[in-house]
Ligand binder design. Structure first.
Ligand code: HEC
Ligand code: HEC
Ligand code: HEC
Length: 479
């Protein structure tokens, strides 16, 4: 869909030589796996395209598939795309791969759009050729994934996707008036990296709601925030360099962390991209039409932000342990007060003062954007389900949905938002926690009622047929 003369010049040259420079320390000089001087330039370029298009997010690092995608229609499992003739795509020609990527047609069946072909629809032929050459070199695994997709009626009729595709593919259009760099960024964002599959809300047919392009969408229990350049609810205050740093390292100034699905995007894909490509993405994101949503990010109120207790405590795990014990002993308001709950459930990692334990890679949470949002949903989700960050190697944050009541989670959320987020006030309640715990359950109308609609459709069709038959019989009688 996108003219892309730059793509070649940008991508062809040596992925092997790590020109990738990390801004943050944690992921410095990530070199691209699967790239080897023994392989042809075409194959190495294909390996890079696979990273940029994040095939591994769903087909796994070894391409054996099996990752389940939760959709409103049910679970859809990614398939084996190693060159196995029996279980993978060993019999594919390049034309077959092109059809699968651009039209969602496998040789014998239609694919579900859980495979992001509505975005890959705009992929350049030379990128598909490179990807094809690369996928031939992937080790064969003669095994099917553990689970097979089995959607309920009527979605088990894959040919229904023909109708869906007419409405929703291609999923985006290229905009006029962009510089070459921005056009390249647009191609990466819309087609290869398919950012909109998570960040653009869906319309009633589950296609992209392009009037609200990249303005944020619910993603199961996670929320993919507004990444349009709106200053209050989007990333309008981020510099281009901020965007690059975030995509490269999964964090920004210890104020924003890429958790959950975004953590995976960073760890499988964007951290491997070349500076030129990340810069192009950042430059393009700055040109996207501004959409303001009601999920405002409250600015940091520096005067209200807690200061670190003292450097030696923040950096010394043992000193911190003692300090935590002391704080727990002195806490006011009983063991069910928000502060006591915070100290008991969160303090051992994030510290009494919220500055964590940086040397042990326990994250600081003071001033984080996720606790400064108007909607507490992201924070509640993190407390309920835990977080598995892109850059986080040591203890993952556990979820507390079993240990803590909704009331208690609400109390901790308010405490964290006011004390560490510098908000003036916060009124999260148990009902908010329960709502977040059950989101993902409300589906767009058509999907929810599709089974019903399909049955109604069949009944209507039968009624029409009966009428026609009766009319024919009557006209015969009359004649
Ligand atoms: C967001 C998840 C996701 C990403 C990213 C993704 N895929 Fe898929 N892919 C799937 C799912 C799910 C299926 C199975 C769809 C179905 O059953 O209809 C699939 C199916 C396929 C198929 C069809 C295999 C067959 O059954 O014949 C091919 C080929 C394929 N993917 C290649 C790729 C390539 C190459 C990339 C990267 C450019 C990629 N996919 C990225 C989820 C994904
Ligand atoms: C698989 C879904 C998914 C995809 C694909 C995805 N994102 Fe995200 N993104 C998320 C989620 C979820 C978050 C929130 C993470 C959190 O709160 O820890 C997020 C957060 C972000 C943020 C931080 C916003 C803020 O205000 O904190 C930026 C910037 C971002 N994504 C950019 C991108 C770009 C650019 C792409 C494409 C290269 C992309 N994302 C692709 C799911 C996704
Ligand atoms: C076992 C240690 C541990 C405990 C206990 C813990 N956390 Fe975390 N938390 C972490 C780590 C590690 C991260 C950073 C994950 C990453 O790298 O993205 C994190 C991240 C966060 C974030 C940022 C998420 C984002 O995407 O912006 C918030 C907010 C948070 N924790 C709050 C809490 C609260 C509130 C509690 C108590 C209910 C708690 N944590 C308990 C380890 C912990």
């Amino acid at each position: 869909m996108k003219p892309l003369s730059m793509m070649l010049s940008v991508l062809v040259i040596g992925f092997t030589s790590s020109t990738v420079m990390a801004e943050g320390a944690s992921l410095s000089s990530a070199s691209l796996p699967n790239v080897s001087p023994a392989n042809s330039d075409l194959v190495n370029r294909g390996a890079y395209i696979a990273r940029a298009a994040d095939c591994m997010a769903c087909h796994r690092e070894d391409y054996t598939g099996g990752v389940a995608l939760e959709t409103p229609m049910g679970k859809i499992y990614a398939t084996n795309i190693t060159p196995s003739k029996r279980y993978g795509i060993g019999n594919y020609t390049e034309a077959d791969l092109k059809k699968a990527l651009k039209e969602g047609r496998a040789p014998n069946h239609m694919l579900y759009p859980a495979m992001p072909y509505p975005s890959y629809n705009g992929m350049k032929d030379e990128d598909i050729s490179a990807l094809f050459a690369y996928l031939q070199t992937v080790p064969v695994v003669d095994e099917a994934p553990d689970y097979e997709t089995d959607l309920p009626f009527p979605f088990n009729f894959r040919s229904l996707m023909l109708g869906w595709n007419m409405l929703n593919v291609p999923s985006t259009e290229s905009r006029e008036g962009l510089t070459q760099t921005q056009q390249h960024g647009e191609y990466l964002v819309n087609n290869l990296a398919h950012c909109g599959t998570c960040h653009t809300p869906r319309n009633s047919t589950m296609g992209f709601d392009n009037d609200n392009y990249l303005s944020g969408a619910q993603l199961g229990t996670w929320y993919a925030p507004n990444i349009t350049p709106d200053k209050s609810s989007g990333i309008g205050n981020w510099s281009e360099q901020d965007i690059v740093t975030y995509l490269r390292t999964g964090e920004l100034d210890q104020r924003v962390f890429a958790g959950g699905p975004m953590g995976e995007v960073v760890s499988h894909s964007t951290r491997y991209l070349k500076d030129t490509d990340l810069n192009a993405i950042a430059s393009y994101l700055k040109t996207v039409p501004v959409v303001q949503t009601d999920d405002k990010v409250h600015p940091v109120n520096a005067s209200r932000l807690t200061a670190p207790l003292n450097e030696s405590i923040t950096h010394d795990l043992l000193a911190q342990k003692d300090y935590l014990a002391q704080a727990k002993a002195e806490v006011q308001g009983g063991s069910n007060s928000p502060e006591a709950l915070y100290l008991a459930a969160c303090g051992s990692c994030h510290g009494v003062d919220g500055y964590g334990q940086p040397d042990a890679r326990y994250a600081p949470i003071v001033g984080l954007s996720s606790i400064r949002r108007e909607k507490p949903d992201g924070l509640i989700n993190v407390i309920l389900h835990g977080v598995d960050g892109a850059t986080n190697t040591s203890p993952k944050m556990p979820g507390f949905s079993e240990e803590l009541s909704s009331e208690q989670i609400a109390g901790i959320s308010n405490y964290v938002r006011v004390k560490f987020g510098s908000l003036n006030s916060s009124d999260v309640n148990a009902a908010d926690v329960e709502r977040v715990a059950t989101t993902g359950a409300d589906q767009p109308f058509l999907i929810k009622y599709a089974g019903l609609l399909a049955i109604l459709g069949i009944i209507v069709a039968i009624v029409i047929i009966i009428f026609i038959v009766r009319a024919i019989i009557r006209s015969r009688r009359h004649s």
